[in-house]
Design a protein around this ligand. Structure first.
Ligand SMILES: [Fe+2]
Ligand SMILES: [Fe+2]
Length: 168
């Protein structure tokens, strides 16, 4: 059996995010469907970012001395995604201003996933051992189950510079 890798767990989440944003677009006129899709999607975006910040980026910083700039970019992007979610959640689901927030979230997330897939995921694959990949894959998946629905996690923005200093 092939060893599990945290980088693949992250990529699978990214694929799900792309599908769910497409599903939102397809449910455009159905407020009930939009509500349940957005509730699940926005919570998972928060939990995914928190899992990366708790488990993945600290380990990348440890393993790869050149990862500081990419990590700062990732934290900035996570903040933009959080801003988008908060902007949407200030308005009734389906309103045009709610869509503005959803679209801002989608754009920030889409750009961020592309960057993460081109940079940090590859860097980690080049620097981590297969044991570390497997250990983190399990920890990442467990974190997402434990905090499903964004329970008990902070959704506050983080200072990218302070984050790198604290986790270096
Ligand atoms: Fe990600
Ligand atoms: Fe991320």
């Amino acid at each position: 059996m092939q060893t599990r890798r945290v980088t693949d767990v992250i990529r699978l989440d990214h694929i799900w995010f792309r599908h769910q944003f497409a599903a939102l677009e397809a449910a455009r006129d159905d407020v009930e469907a939009l509500t349940s899709l957005w509730t699940a999607l926005s919570a998972r975006l928060e939990v995914h970012a928190a899992a990366e910040e708790t488990l993945f980026y600290p380990r990348l910083l440890h393993d790869d001395a050149d990862a500081a700039d990419d990590t700062k970019d990732a934290i900035k992007d996570h903040n933009e995604i959080r801003d988008g979610i908060r902007a949407a959640d200030r308005h009734p689901v389906g309103d045009s201003v709610w869509w503005d927030g959803v679209i801002a979230t989608e754009r920030a997330n889409s750009d961020h996933m592309d960057e993460e897939e081109r940079g940090p995921l590859i860097e980690f694959e080049n620097s981590a051992s297969s044991d570390e990949q497997a250990e983190l894959a399990t920890a990442f998946a467990s974190f997402e189950v434990e905090h499903a629905g964004a329970r008990d996690i902070s959704t506050a923005n983080k200072n990218p510079d302070a984050y790198v200093v604290d986790n270096a």
